[in-house]
Design a protein around this ligand. Structure first.
Ligand code: KG4
Ligand code: ZN
Length: 338
């Protein structure tokens, strides 16, 4: 089954063709980060406009690169939630038009479910159940993934997402936007014990909090600036990265232990962080569990992951009419049938 998938929830316009949920026939991603970097963050209205300008050409490119004709498309899939509402609406509107004109079914996909499904494209034999840690610019969740379409959040961030915290510190360190990868690069040259940063506690053992940690790091920078002292930027980046990773690793480990599944899956943009990949993998191995991670190119937003999840949503009976609406917020447990 060939699924034509669209992803426009934030600042990447992405179109892909995916076969049977596991094989990428083509995947094109146009990032708008250069545009938003001018403002130090995503400007929703600008994101929507750029999606509108790009989506038709990217669709033609995706079909060309997959060597397929329009008639070879069996179904259309689109991210309908969560994300920037204007940006989502562009993808949803366009996907509806394509589904209508091709007379093909339309499958709505939750963005975070898509991030998890990126792993099905990288690991042929991987199948639920598993524990999942999803870490992106907008979300941080620990999940019990019982089946392809049946999942439950055990914990989430109480404030900032992990990627958002990385981006905020990176911005004040002058590393540009989004600065998660650059911060991690700088951290590799620093000493993780250079600064003492807090390890936030939460009532629910699987919830996380990153805003206090971010504030502590920013205070170190502000204090030094007021006193005219220089800051060991690489040391601060390394101390911050270790604090974030410890928070994520310790909670994922205990969730994985409690759920008792053989496998754990990492997903989302911050899943490209090398320290997180190494530390989580080593810690899980020590307790007899295996970690699966998407290839680096599938960690960030893309449409192939939406096409992968759409296949399993389809098998489970999920489809929608052309009255589908986008939603800025939607729980991962929600299922749409219209
Ligand atoms: O999943 P994603 O592409 O978009 C959202 O759905 O939010 O994640 C983007 C986030 C950004 O915050 C970015 O800074 C972060 O992932 N990120 C990283 C790394 N690569 C990307 N954070 C830490 N280390 C990295 N290597
Ligand atoms: Zn994402």
């Amino acid at each position: 089954m060939n699924i034509l998938a669209f992803e426009t929830s934030c600042d990447e316009t992405a179109v892909a063709l995916v076969q049977d949920g596991r094989r990428i026939l083509s995947s094109v991603v146009l990032s708008q980060t250069d545009v938003h970097a001018l403002y130090g963050g995503v400007v929703p209205e600008i994101a929507s406009r750029h999606h509108m300008e790009a989506v038709a050409d990217l669709t033609a490119q995706a079909l060309r690169e997959a060597n397929l004709e329009r008639g070879d498309v069996d179904a259309v899939a689109v991210t309908y939630a969560p994300g920037l509402i204007g940006a989502l609406l562009v993808g949803v509107g366009f996907a509806k038009g394509v589904a209508f004109s091709l007379r093909r079914p339309l499958i709505p996909v939750h963005h975070i479910r898509g991030h998890i499904a990126a792993n099905y494209l990288s690991h042929e034999a991987l199948a639920p159940p598993f524990t999942a840690l999803v870490v992106s610019g907008g979300h941080t969740l620990i999940l019990d993934v019982r089946d392809y379409t049946e999942m439950r959040a055990l914990g989430s961030t109480c404030d900032d997402a992990a990627g958002e915290a990385f981006d905020k510190l990176a911005r004040v360190l002058g590393l540009g936007y989004p600065g998660g990868a650059a911060l991690s690069h700088l951290a590799a040259q620093g000493e993780p014990s250079a600064y003492r940063l807090p390890r936030p506690h939460t009532d629910n053992p699987y919830d996380m909090s990153f805003s206090g940690l971010k504030t502590a790091a920013l205070s170190i920078l502000n204090r030094a600036q007021m006193k005219g002292e220089t800051v060991d930027k690489a040391g601060l980046a390394a101390s911050f990265e270790v604090a974030v990773c410890e928070s994520l690793v310790s909670r994922t480990l205990s969730a994985a232990r409690e759920l008792g599944y053989e496998n754990v899956v990492l997903a989302g943009g911050v899943g490209a962080n090398r320290r997180l990949r190494q530390d989580l993998s080593a810690a899980l191995k020590a307790q007899g569990q295996a970690l699966y991670m998407p290839s680096f190119s599938l960690c960030g937003d893309n449409a192939a992951m939406i096409g992968a999840q759409a296949y399993y949503e389809w098998l489970h009976g999920t489809r929608t009419s052309l009255s589908l609406n986008a939603r800025a917020c939607q729980k991962i447990e929600a299922r749409i049938i219209m």
